[in-house]
Design a protein around this ligand. Sequence first.
Ligand SMILES: Cc1ncc(C[n+]2csc(CCOP(=O)(O)OP(=O)(O)O)c2C)c(N)n1
Ligand code: SF4
Ligand SMILES: [Mg+2]
Length: 315
Amino acid sequence: MSKNFNLNGDFPPNNPAGEKVGGTVGDFGKKSPTKVGYNKDKEPFVGHKACAGCGGTIAVRLALKALGERVFVTVPAGCMSAVGFLYPQMAFTVNSIISTFAGTASMLTGIRAAANAKGLKDVFVVGFAGDGGTADIGIQALSGAIERGDKIIYICYDNEAYMNTGIQRSSATPFGASTTTSPAGSVIGGNRLGKKDMFSIVAAHNIPYAATASIAYPHDYIKKVKKAAATDGPSYIHILAPCPTGWGSENNQTVNLARLAVETGLWQLKEFAGGEVKITHKPKELKSIEEYLRLQKRFRHLNAADVDRVKESIG
Ligand SMILES: Cc1ncc(C[n+]2csc(CCOP(=O)(O)OP(=O)(O)O)c2C)c(N)n1
Ligand code: SF4
Ligand SMILES: [Mg+2]
């Protein structure tokens, strides 16, 4: 357990000397060797070691900004824990803890139960799990937590592969993408399977609130995080978060790609509440997907038939 996690009701938790340092204290009571004191505007996630242009860190930071300090954060194995919990530096300045790869949602359930038992009011329990940790290994725990009706916020930052361990295909990897376990070559042209639709799977549980989001639409995302926070029960947000390292894109194209995914219709912004699905942003005219594909090396081998198949996936 990280030192900046406690259930005593201290928010934020990581200031043993009563000092607002933020971002780098994880050195078990001593000052961090690289303390820079940049928590003046209450940054919840700073000093992490993500690659330049990482979309996942934007998803985490924006959500935590929206939720404020009274949060308990759970992050399973994956890039966000790898880049956020680096002893003796701690990028999370709010209560945060790493869970097992499969156990994000069950850990959230436990934290919620403990917070309730302690009588902590107005606290949010939020998890940030990758697509592998959500659509594959963590789906059982997630399904259980939704069924139980636990008041938790589950956010899947979707970079469309197991990035932290070297870009292996997950069930959220889109058709055609080259990964290290679906390599494009003379035998196969990248991933031959389609992307699992987690939004629909979660909605099929009749969850009180679910949404999709994109890091290129921060206002839409923050609104959804706040709706999730106000939901009396489980909520789920699936946010597309490009990864330059795994997608083979330029660092400065992350937001552009997240926007193009929406503008081409490949990624819809929507929400589910009260049994109904609502589109929250409808592009006036859909852009052609070629530009989106061209900016990513993972798609550069696609032939015309493959591109047609990608087009067919547009809802
Ligand atoms: C039970 C278990 N299996 C495998 C791993 C190794 N592992 C750590 S992170 C990771 C990839 C996570 O992928 P994803 O959830 O998509 O998050 P990302 O790294 O893309 O952010 C894997 C396979 C592990 N930590 N635990
Ligand atoms: S590999 Fe991708 S998801 Fe992981 S830190 Fe780098 S850019 Fe972010
Ligand atoms: Mg991933």
